[in-house]
Design a protein around this ligand. Sequence first.
Ligand code: ZN
Length: 105
Amino acid sequence: MKSEFEALEEKYESDVKKLQRTCPHKRKSEWREQWWALGHSTGYIVRVCLNCNRILDKKKVMPRFRQERWRNVERTIKKKKREREERRLANAIKKRKGEEISKTS
Ligand SMILES: [Zn+2]
C-alpha cells in the first residue's frame, strides 16, 4: 500500500505536469546552467518558464573542465608563438649585426 508521503509525491508530480501542460509560458528565464545535482552541470544550459518551471530551450555547452583544458591549450599555443617570435627577432638582430661586422671589416 502507498504511504501518505508517496501519495503526496504522486499528486505533486501530476499537478506540476498538468500546470506545465496548460501554462502559456509567457515569461522565460535567462540561459542558466542545468545541474543534475548541486554544483554538477549536465553540460547543458536551459531557459525555463518562470511560471511553471518547464524547460523551454536547451543547448549543449562545453563542460567546465574541458573549457579549462582548452584555455590551457590556448595559453600554451600563445606562449610557443611568442617564444618563436622572440627567437626570430633575436636571429634577425644577430644576422644584421653579422652583416654590419662583415661590411665594416
Ligand atoms: Zn510555463
